[in-house]
Design a protein around this ligand. Structure first.
Ligand code: ADP
Ligand code: MG
Length: 250
């Protein structure tokens, strides 16, 4: 579903991604861990067109991100195609970014109505089903400010799912939450994983990475230092940098 080959990204002179190679199969959950500043968010942002890569190849579901290939040449994609690609990838951030002037239901149907041009009846029906799925059926008509952080984040997940994405990206979705609200969000993410959603999750929740992740990749200094099944990476890390990081967070 996701394939990165030698992906590079720099900001000015600062090379932030120094050759990322990564594969995520359909239905797989990849947990991306690593210290602050290692390039985790930048990598997710490249997948979702929020940043452009400088070199390498990055594709989702067999399509290059942002480029069309003709023969040996790459052409930048038309804005319309960028929108189409972006609409098929859901992203959930640390901050929930719900529209404060819209109700929960209105937040969820906004993109299906205006980006996908779905009928209101169809969008509302799916939104209600998604609210049920994230355990917030009775909150359809309230405004985000009336919800806890955990509830807001679950709405943000429902909002991303409303676009029926083939891939979900999570960037530290529980880092801004009070500790007692973390589990309700992780439970929703576990459910998604069990339903076969392909996910890349940047997280410091090692218990989640261990039991919900199919694969863990440890990033440091713009490279993937090691990756593999959670049991291996977390219990028997091969690299010193991974060992040092895990010693701090576990
Ligand atoms: P992480 O998510 O692993 O904490 P980031 O991807 O946010 O790491 O950042 C990686 C590096 O890139 C950091 O050194 C950060 O300061 C730098 N960086 C991130 N975004 C920008 C930007 N828009 N402009 C310049 N530097 C940036
Ligand atoms: Mg980050």
């Amino acid at each position: 579903m996701v394939c990165a080959q030698d992906v590079h990204k720099r900001y000015g002179r600062d090379e932030v991604l120094k050759g990322i190679d990564l594969d995520v199969a359909p239905g797989e959950v990849l947990c991306l861990i690593g210290p602050s500043g290692s390039g985790k968010s930048t990598f997710l942002r490249c997948i979702n067109h929020l940043e452009k890569i400088d070199a390498g190849r990055l594709s989702v579901d067999g399509e290059l991100i942002g480029y069309r290939e003709r023969g040996d040449l790459l052409y930048e994609m038309h804005e319309r195609e960028v929108c189409r690609q972006r609409a098929s990838i859901g992203m959930v951030f640390q901050r929930f970014n719900l529209f404060p002037h819209l109700t929960v239901l209105e937040n969820i149907i906004e993109a299906p109505l205006h980006v996908k041009r779905e009928s209101k009846a169809e969008a509302v029906e799916r939104a209600r089903a998604l609210l049920q799925r994230v355990g917030l059926r009775e909150k359809a008509d309230v405004y985000p400010s009336r919800l806890s952080g955990g509830q807001q984040q679950r709405v943000a997940i429902a909002r991303a799912l409303a676009m029926q994405p083939k891939l979900m990206l999570f960037d530290e979705p529980t880092s801004a939450l009070d500790p007692e609200l973390v589990d309700e969000v992780l439970a929703v993410m576990r459910g998604l994983a069990e339903d076969g959603m392909t996910m890349i999750v940047v997280t410091h929740e090692m218990a989640f990475a261990r039991d919900a992740g199919h694969k863990i990749a440890f990033m440091d200094g713009g490279v993937i230092v090691e990756s593999g099944p959670p049991g291996e990476v977390l219990s028997r890390p091969r690299h010193e940098r991974t060992q040092a990081f895990l010693a701090r967070v576990i």
